[in-house]
Design a protein around this ligand. Structure first.
Ligand code: PMP
Length: 387
């Protein structure tokens, strides 16, 4: 049966983790893996999450099955955080295993409605986007979203892609904290995209995986909210894995805005049917933590404060890097944990071999992998490899 299978390349970032771990140099720096790190270099369990877990341990009486839609209270509690005002019964959501599960479920929903639909996808993007949409049988139509050499968004390329699309087509958009470039649409660009999406009848599918790690919870959702105000149909793949630090617990949701409340119910029933054949039901523990936090005013404010501090720390590292080398000034105009340096593979390899500086082969850096005090060493290593 399986003789015909070709060997698949290992995940390059996961391989990088192993290499970094094995490196004995005490001065090594890890800008590779895409998780938040605090000022002591660890990916913390947030205090609100710890407290919620304690509450769950004490109060949970069963681990019996949920349903394929997950916990509807968890989904409802997220709605105001994502959308601000609740658009009402045209908006529905189901719980998913992380943002990845939400993207896959959304892609399959689109494929069920319109097999082979075209998905406009800006490059570069999170490396898992294309395989997810392709695996669901959709057709990728790439356009340039970000010019790494010039560190500029290519809004005109995005607009041209939208102008060439129409009803039945989909556009994938990063809600905030673009991975891998940190290049986010500003208010004017979101308005331009929203106008084009509406005029052309394109379905927007927003990937919102880092809300709160950029400029703040509301600021990071401003684009989605502007887009979804006065919109016919749209999808949002949401992840709580970064903004609650729940990575391995796999917490997310797929939201859908349908044309009518009745269409929303049909959409929900299709999401549920697709969830059923994929994972039957999503894992409960992480979503129960988020629900427990959001049901408590005290825990919610604890979570918000900690998230605010995380975002502030990331911005401080960006500022420290820009201060250490003016050529990195662009970092302060970008958002979230990631940026992509215009740097060639030979220098990336030399940074690793000669200086113990680990970054993805694409030049993507996780700013949160650094401490403010690491900025001079990082900049010196860049200079030493001739960047
Ligand atoms: N979208 C983007 C842009 C991401 O960077 C990630 C995670 N790296 C995800 C979605 C998926 O997140 P999750 O871990 O919740 O599946």
């Amino acid at each position: 049966m399986f003789e015909s299978l070709a060997d698949q390349p290992p995940d390059a970032l996961l391989a990088l983790i192993g290499l970094h771990r094995a490196d004995p140099r005490p001065t090594k720096l890890d800008l590779g893996v895409g998780v938040y790190r605090d000022e002591t270099g660890v990916t913390p369990i947030m205090a609100a999450v710890r407290e919620a877990e304690r509450i769950l341990l004490d109060t949970r009486t069963t681990k019996s099955y949920l349903g394929p839609e997950g916990d509807p209270v968890f989904v409802d509690l997220l709605k105001p955080i994502v959308f601000g005002v609740d658009p009402g019964p045209r908006l529905l959501g189901v719980q998913t295993p992380g943002g990845t599960g939400a993207l896959r479920l959304g892609a399959e929903l689109i494929a069920a409605a319109r097999p082979g639909a075209r998905v406009l996808i800006g490059t570069p993007t999170w490396p898992n986007h294309a395989p997810i949409f392709t695996a669901a049988g959709l057709t990728l139509v790439p356009h340039r979203f970000f010019d790494v050499a010039g560190q500029r968004l290519d809004i005109d390329a995005l607009a041209a892609a939208l102008e060439s699309a129409g009803p039945g087509d989909v556009v994938l958009l990063h809600g905030c904290c673009h991975n891998p470039t940190g290049g986010d649409l500003d208010r004017a660009a979101w308005a331009r995209v929203a106008a084009l999406v509406r005029a052309r009848g394109i379905l927007p599918f927003v990937d919102l995986a880092y809300q709160g790690l950029g400029e703040g919870l509301d600021e990071d959702a401003a684009g989605v909210r502007a887009l979804f105000a006065d919109l016919g149909e749209g999808l949002v793949a949401y992840s709580c894995d970064k903004n609650f630090g729940l990575y391995r617990d796999r917490v997310g949701a797929l939201f859908g805005l349908a044309a009518t409340p009745a269409a929303a119910e049909v959409m929900r029933s299709n999401m549920i049917a697709l969830a059923r054949v994929n994972w039957s039901m999503p894992p409960d523990h992480g979503a129960a933590i988020v629900r427990t936090v959001l049901e408590s005013a005290t825990l919610t404010s604890l979570w918000r404060d900690e998230l605010l501090r995380m975002g502030t720390r990331v911005r401080a590292v960006r500022a420290a890097l820009a201060a250490a080398d003016p050529r990195l000034a662009f970092l302060t105009t970008q958002h979230g944990m990631f940026s992509t340096l215009p740097i060639d593979p030979a220098r990336i390899a030399a940074l690793r071999a000669d200086h113990g500086v680990y970054m993805a082969g694409s030049g993507r850096i996780n700013v949160a992998g650094l401490q403010v005090g690491d900025a001079p060493a990082f900049v010196a290593a860049l200079a030493a490899v001739g960047w």
